[in-house]
Design a protein around this ligand. Structure first.
Ligand SMILES: NC(=O)c1ccc[n+]([C@@H]2O[C@H](COP(=O)([O-])OP(=O)(O)OC[C@H]3O[C@@H](n4cnc5c(N)ncnc54)[C@H](OP(=O)(O)O)[C@@H]3O)[C@@H](O)[C@H]2O)c1
Length: 263
């Protein structure tokens, strides 16, 4: 098990990506402290992990609130002695933003994803780093999307927000790697099991009359293998990156777009 003796905190652990990463980390032997805005979804993931013989604890933490994040990390260190891995999988609700042409988008709507994603990633990374620096070890991770690197219509500030997260990954690493802390992002292609992809499909469907099947085919056709990644495949990479086996990897975002996006 590649994450044995590791203590991981996951933000947005009740979501598709956060839940899958939590399960994979626990399977690989990590103690996982799961957090989210609403406790019920996070508890469901924690219960699954505990039933399978792993260690998981759930807590309600708003990953945009500095005080709450800090208090939770303090509690984790109190219980487990340290934080080895911080994973920010928060997804800001965007149903009101997607599908709106830029020329019609209000400034507030444009800024919402930019401010929310960068605030959450900055706060969770910085507060974890403060606990990691004294130990001279740790891994800070997050997730972005291919909108960071390619122009996609009708996604408002979501694309720029993903680009900002990837930039923050590089800059955090430049400061933290000398302290033994790695900072690595994951940029997955769409995973059909998640509600995010269904939600992203709705505005497209309205605009173009595309069916769910056509949407899946369109996304898959952009990959080299003509198929989309599963949550489990993405989470397996996350576990590897979080482990000491990836000790040579920092300041980068792993391209998991299966060929949709060239490096
Ligand atoms: N799914 C994909 O295929 C895919 C591919 C590439 C990139 N991404 C990106 O990866 C991120 C996560 O995606 P996902 O599919 O896992 O989304 P998701 O299923 O909607 O999960 C997002 C999670 O974040 C939580 N959350 C939102 N605001 C929060 C806050 N302030 N504090 C704590 N938790 C908060 C949500 O909790 P509530 O439900 O309680 O609000 C939810 O559990 C998104 O940015 C998404 O765009 C997804």
């Amino acid at each position: 098990m590649i994450l044995e003796n590791k203590v991981a905190v996951i933000y947005g652990a009740g979501g598709g990506i956060g839940g899958a990463v939590a399960r994979a980390f626990a399977r690989e032997g990590a103690k996982v402290f799961l957090t989210g805005r609403h406790l019920a979804a996070v508890e469901a993931v924690a219960n699954d992990i505990v039933s399978a013989g792993g260690f998981a604890e759930a807590a309600e933490v708003d990953a945009l609130d500095e005080n709450t994040i800090d208090k939770h990390l303090q509690a984790v260190v109190g219980k487990a002695g340290r934080v080895n891995v911080s994973f920010n999988a928060v997804g800001i609700p965007d149903s009101k933003l997607l599908g709106v042409p830029m020329v019609e988008l209000e400034l507030e709507q444009f800024l919402l994803p930019l401010v929310s994603y960068t605030t959450s990633y900055f706060l969770t990374a910085r507060l974890a780093a403060r606990r990691m620096v004294p130990n001279k070890s740790g891994v800070i991770m997050t997730v972005s999307a291919l909108h960071s690197r390619t122009g996609i219509p009708f996604v408002g500030g979501y694309g720029p927000a993903q680009a900002a997260k990837e930039a923050l990954t590089r800059h955090l690493s430049a400061e933290l790697a000398p302290h033994g802390i790695r900072v690595v992002g994951l940029r997955p292609q769409a995973m059909l099991e998640t509600r995010t992809i269904k939600n992203a499909f709705e505005p497209r469907a309205k605009a173009t009359g595309m069916t769910w099947e056509q949407w899946q085919q369109l996304l898959a056709s952009r990959t080299h293998g003509r198929r989309l990644m599963t949550l489990e495949e993405m989470a397996n990479v996350a576990a590897f990156v979080a482990s000491d086996k990836a000790s040579g990897m920092t300041g980068t975002t792993v391209n998991l777009t299966m060929g949709s996006l060239d490096d």
